[in-house]
Design a protein around this ligand. Structure first.
Ligand code: B12
Ligand code: SF4
Length: 549
């Protein structure tokens, strides 16, 4: 039986390390004698991270070191991140100077990307070398997404876990077999994998906050930030590009609302936290989730918790009653993944909602007095996109803006990023767009171009519209700071949890991009109809002339 666990949250842009807090809490409830400590490396400058790992391991002498790897992706396919602009300038700018500047910026970003991965891998290697008796485990969102590639780069014997980790860690400290867990383990050149049996039910008690406070002294750094709370796990939908059901499973498991709100209330009263994010893959997973969602919001109100909360929410499932409760219980800014204004494109991506219902949801929010911002995510140039469907997307933005108010709606171009283990990846492999055995972590100018899904023939004028809009806002420079996982985000007063997205909406350049796109498409249409007219006229003239000829 193991007696001490050190959790190390690998560096990424500062975000509350909810996963490791849940893991440590779970173990403490079952094995109160196990000594634990959480170390969040994001809060240290680069140069001090190895020392922080060494110091914590020397002090705790852990039997088990659990690394949690949350993010890898840096080429976020959305316009809040300057890497997308560089990539677009590199591939599509007509001015060669811009291409050259973008290629330097892109190279710099690639360098940062690789050194970020290298640095993250160096901490497990440090433990393996300097504390060889400790067992190493690793999990988290980024590890789950890229487990097959990462396990090859980790010290032999590292136990990787895909998805949730509570039961697996418990089994490891008890010395039990992992056969019914989603583990991945490399022995020399062979890799072994396990399949999860029954996923854990979430009826455990709430987080023991005084205990968490004692093992995670860095918590004070998160008091003004948005604290994660999970109310359910799993998503039953099937959106082609999405990895969440792969990570969390398709079966939805709910936490009892009283416990979810007890979590919020403890953080509120004991830490003074005021901002929360429901980290669920999807907060409203379907009609079956209504009772739980309703009770959570009612309890927030009943307990007079004056918070601001957000999360991923299917707007199409918002009812008038839920909208009222959402607004009264403190819903903040929302990110709505409309994806496209064309029902056909949505259906092709298996999004499982009707646009009309999405508009209804927005209407209910407006009627309930919603005052937040709505970031409206568009994934232009999805498969099945046509010039007509692009114009429908522009129309859909106008429609949402007319419902909620133009000043509240911020369209954001969020290109489809291709991720391993998604339907989209599978489809593109079958079509030969991706080649079998490609390495999704290997970024080169060609692979980035592929992985930021924006194929020909619509790509060039979509890029043109985006560049035109960004240029107008930014004066054709890149004044935005690097926002990738390596740098520390400067303190910003904006309450939105993902600060790089906020950059995308500051200038509302997405609106400009959509309107520029409309301009480009309309002028193409005009040109085409003029050409048609002319050729009709020409052939008409010919046919008039012919008889007499
Ligand atoms: C909620 C969420 C957000 C919210 C976070 C809000 C907040 N305040 O917490 C917001 C919208 C801000 C966000 C932003 C981003 N996110 Co996000 N996010 C998620 C989401 C949906 C849930 C994460 C979560 O908190 N889950 C709940 C907790 C309890 O689970 P967990 O932390 O994963 O931990 C569990 C397991 O992973 C495991 N585990 C974790 N560590 C360990 C360690 C060991 C040893 C073991 C055994 C197990 C284990 O056990 C834990 C408990 O069961 C995931 C997708 C998903 N469904 O998982 C993406 C996800 C983590 N995000 C991702 C990314 C990329 C981002 C961004 C970088 C996007 C971007 N490019 O701009 C940003 C920036 C993040 C940052 N660092 O600032 C990726 C990461 C993978 C990747 N491709 O790199 C994911 C996986 C989504 C995806 N694209 O597939 N995100
Ligand atoms: S995009 Fe949202 S609704 Fe669709 S599968 Fe992913 S988490 Fe579920």
């Amino acid at each position: 039986m193991m007696e001490s666990i050190l959790y190390i949250f690998l560096p990424c842009k500062k975000v509350y390390p909810i996963g490791v807090t849940y893991l440590a809490d779970f173990i403490h409830r079952r094995k109160p004698g196990v000594r634990q400590r959480i170390l969040d490396l994001s809060l240290f400058p680069d140069a001090q991270r190895s020392k922080a790992v060494r110091d914590a391991a020397t002090e705790l002498k852990p039997d088990l070191v659990c690394f949690s790897w949350r993010d890898i992706q840096i080429f976020s396919p959305h316009e809040g991140d300057s890497s997308l602009e560089h990539a677009f300038n590199f591939y599509f700018a007509s001015n060669p100077l811009k291409r050259i500047t973008a290629s330097f910026a892109g190279l710099q970003q690639l360098y940062r990307y690789y050194s970020h991965i290298r640095a993250a891998l160096s901490y497990p290697w440090l433990i393996a070398k300097e504390f060889p008796k400790a067992q190493i485990m690793i999990g988290g969102g980024a590890f789950t997404a890229f487990a097959d590639q990462l396990i090859q780069k980790l010290p032999e014997g590292t136990i990787g876990i895909l998805g949730e980790g509570e039961d697996a860690i418990l089994k490891v400290i008890e010395g039990q077999s992992l056969e019914n867990e989603r583990y991945i383990l490399r022995e020399g050149k062979t890799v072994r994998k396990g399949q999860q049996g029954a996923p854990a039910l979430l009826d455990a008690l709430t987080v023991d906050l005084p205990y968490l406070t004692s093992i995670f002294p860095q918590y004070t750094e998160y008091i003004g930030e948005s604290v994660g709370v999970q109310s359910k796990r799993g998503c039953p939908y099937d959106c082609a590009f999405c990895l969440y059901p792969y990570i969390e499973g398709k079966r939805v498991r709910y936490r009892p609302p009283s416990m979810v709100v007890k979590d919020i209330s403890q953080h509120y009263h004991q830490w003074g936290a005021r901002r929360f994010w429901f980290t669920d893959a999807q907060f409203i997973t379907g009609k079956e989730a209504y009772p739980q969602c309703t009770e959570i919001l009612e309890r927030i109100l009943a307990e007079k918790l004056e918070i601001e909360w957000s999360g991923y929410i299917r707007t199409s499932l918002i009812t008038p009653e839920l909208a009222k409760l959402m607004v009264r219980s403190g819903v903040g800014d929302l990110e709505v993944a409309i994806t496209s204004g064309s029902q056909e494109v949505l259906n092709d991506l298996h999004m499982g909602f009707r646009l009309e219902r999405l508009y209804d949801g927005c209407r209910y929010l407006a009627e309930a007095g919603f005052k937040g911002k709505v970031i409206l995510n568009y994934s232009l140039n999805s498969p099945k996109e046509t010039e007509e469907s692009l114009l429908q997307s522009v129309e859909s933005y106008k429609k949402v803006a007319s419902i909620l108010g133009e000043e509240r709606v911020f369209p954001l171009m969020f290109f489809l990023g291709i991720q391993p283990n998604t339907d989209l990846e599978q489809r593109l492999l079958e079509e030969g767009y991706l080649s079998a055995g490609y390495n999704p972590l290997m970024l080169t100018p060609t692979s980035i171009r592929k992985l930021l899904y924006n194929p020909a023939p619509l790509n060039s004028f979509i890029a043109k519209a985006c560049l035109r809009a960004w240029e107008r806002k930014e004066g054709s420079r890149d004044p935005r700071k690097w926002t990738g996982s390596l740098s520390q985000t400067p303190k910003e007063s904006d309450p939105y949890a993902d600060k790089s997205l906020i950059r995308g909406i500051e200038g509302n350049s997405g609106r400009d991009a959509l309107l520029s796109l409309e301009e480009i498409l309309r002028s193409r249409q005009l040109l085409r109809s003029r050409q048609l007219l002319r050729s009709a006229k020409d052939s008409g003239e010919k046919s008039v002339v012919t008889p007499g000829a």
